[in-house]
Design a protein around this ligand. Structure first.
Ligand code: NAD
Ligand code: ZN
Length: 382
């Protein structure tokens, strides 16, 4: 089968690999019809992780079931399913607590937790930027879609990751109706956090970024854009709230945050949120901070290379804020979010800027990695 394979830093090629197949009675096999490139794929693409050359990328996958293992009883051949990026067993101590993002069974390395398709350090599973995908524990890990699935794939595929992830940021930030919420980052994840806050009835949602094309999309969904080339988001929010600050904040940039001059500063956006969010407000961080980053030439870089950030913890403590972090437990939300989509209340496919054939994956990665104007979210059709 054809697959988008990681070859080394900034090199992806589409080549023939052995067909994915049923390996366990609980597996299902999915013919992938829609698969996204994610900001998280860029951590691997840019060579910032231990992702092994030769592995297939892709953790945001939707497709049609073509085969089920002998122990699968619910999912049926022919159905469209979307696959939460976290792969989980459903029966371990963590899964029983709803923490499928930290499943103990699917992660073979005891010091790590959580598994995903086509991801560094998250188990040996292949990604879905390919014609076929093996899904372990298919009855648990596949979210079944209704009859409109084939026509509305661009909306439903966002349930694999970025819609529940953006929603999770707003849950950790405890966004309630009427709240004033600051979202750092207008990438696909930031746009989904803003969209989720708006769906929850937030009174005002600011989205800060320096990319004009992405800020325009934020405005189209009803958020207030802050261009960080023009203004300091902390000042904008404080000016608009009589100095009090936002009720809550969502961090959707991660360790690749950079200042308007283009210098990387991994702790910039988290510290801006601590400053911009009011006393006893809540912050949800879904942007990724890796414990080990091969970069780091100076003292600051060395600290960041170990995942250690100069965090304004004193201010955060003084303000009595809470901060939630980590991977999103997609399964916790995606059934409800699916039903919002099915009911016509949510159309997260608005983030898609490019629909391309799988063969175009190498150039799609290049454009998306350069954050080129207009390349917001790329969807591939194998
Ligand atoms: P992206 O890289 O496309 O978007 C990041 C955005 O942040 C870009 O638009 C960039 O211009 C902007 N940015 C950079 N520096 C900034 C600054 N100082 N202030 C404001 N904006 C700034 O990526 P994405 O797909 O939107 O993902 C965002 C982050 O979320 C990544 O770290 C990704 O790995 C992570 N993520 C986490 C989860 C999870 O489960 N927690 C799931 C998916 C993605
Ligand atoms: Zn993703």
């Amino acid at each position: 089968m054809k697959a988008a394979v990681y070859e080394g830093p900034r090199k992806v090629s589409v080549k023939d690999v052995p067909d994915a197949r049923i390996e366990h009675p609980c597996d299902i096999l999915v013919k992938v019809t829609t698969t996204n490139i994610c900001g998280s794929d860029l951590h691997m693409y840019e060579g910032r992780t231990s992702f092994e050359p030769g592995r297939t990328l892709g953790h945001e996958n939707l497709g049609q079931v073509v085969e089920v293992g002998s122990a699968v009883s619910k999912v049926q051949v022919g159905e469209y399913v979307v696959l939460p990026f976290n792969i989980a067993c459903g029966f371990c101590k963590q899964c029983e607590r709803g923490l499928t993002n930290y499943c103990l069974t699917m992660q073979p390395e005891p010091s790590l937790a959580g598994a995903a398709y086509g991801f560094a350090e998250m188990g040996p599973y292949q990604g879905g930027q390919a014609e076929l995908l093996r899904v372990p524990y298919g009855d648990f890990n596949a979210l079944r879609l209704g009859e409109d699935a084939a026509e509305r794939q661009l909306d439903y595929v966002m349930l694999a990751d970025i819609f529940p992830t953006g929603y999770h940021a707003t849950e950790m930030a405890r966004v309630r109706p009427g709240d004033q919420t600051l979202v750092m980052g207008a990438g696909p994840v930031g746009l989904m956090a803003a969209y989720s806050a708006i769906l929850k009835g937030a009174g005002r949602v600011w989205v800060a970024d320096h990319q004009q094309d992405r800020l325009r999309i934020a405005e189209e969904i009803g958020a207030v854009a802050i261009d960080t080339n023009e203004a300091d988001p902390v000042e904008v929010v404080k000016d608009a709230t009589l100095g009090l600050g936002a009720d809550n904040g969502c961090e959707c940039v991660g360790y690749q945050a950079h200042d308007p001059q283009g210098q990387e500063d991994a702790s910039l956006t988290v510290n801006q949120l601590i400053d911009a969010v009011r006393f006893t407000g809540d912050i949800g961080v879904v942007g990724v901070y890796l414990p080990e980053d091969p970069g780091g030439e100076d003292a600051q870089g060395e600290l960041e290379a170990q995942g250690k950030l100069p965090l304004d913890y004193g201010l955060m403590w003084f303000k009595g804020q809470t901060m939630g972090t980590g991977q999103a437990p997609v399964k916790r939300y995606n059934r409800a979010l699916r039903d919002l989509v099915a009911g016509g209340r949510a159309e997260p496919g608005f983030v898609v800027s490019h629909e391309l054939d799988l063969d175009e994956a190498p150039s799609a990665y290049e454009h998306f990695d350069r954050r080129e104007d207009g390349w917001t979210k790329v969807v591939l059709h194998p």
